[in-house]
Design a protein around this ligand. Sequence first.
Ligand code: PEP
Length: 251
Amino acid sequence: MRKKLLLGNWKMNKLVAEAEDFGVAAFPLVEKALVHNIDLGVAPTYLSLPIVKQKVHPKMIVAAQNVHFQPSGPYTGEISIPMLKEFGITWALVGHSERRSYDNETNEKCNAKIKALVLEKMVPVYCVGETLAEFEQGLTKAVVSAQVREGLKDLVAEEVKNLVVAYEPVWSIGTGKNASTEIAEDVCRFIREVLKNLFGEVAEDIRILYGGSVKPENIKAYLSCPNVDGALVGGASLKIDSYEGLLNNII
Ligand code: PEP
């Protein structure tokens, strides 16, 4: 039985003090989530990671939004895995569509990051999803399959057992245009089949999230889909009331 996961992606939002306030306010929510066998998490900016990690419930997942694949070196503006580990951060998003569009995050680069993360026993949340043009041309599965195969190239079952995959159609991120639950389930089921082809039965343990304009009002429908194990949520994860609403509606 896969444990449900609700992960907020704060993107480039919240000053450190705001992130800290949220972390403190979320403490009882984590208690509530645990009772219902749900994992709760947030992905703050790099600057807020240390304080959030320090102030939140010890069982709350605190993820970086990105990471470099090299441990150190001449990579101006980047943050490495040892730097995250120094603050107890063991989760990182990889390949978010905003990074794919604005920062040339290719499947190959994602692969290097995922390999580096699993080597350090960290948990990658690997984001995949098609653009609007690809969706309209019926290319969703071809695109997502290539992203999964190339992003997870040369990994073995043991290394991906803790991996999380997030299916986020680019056209639904921050747009208010939701993918229907039928699309979300169909693509998440397809991703699981691709994972099964690559890694065998461990695919049944890998959590696959849906992301894209998820709100308290629609989260329950997504999480009722058999292959959707949780949600990666941007806008609706920023305010504590809305975050609590997301949790309450999946309990
Ligand atoms: C995201 O940032 O991953 C996301 C899904 O954003 P939003 O929920 O705002 O669409």
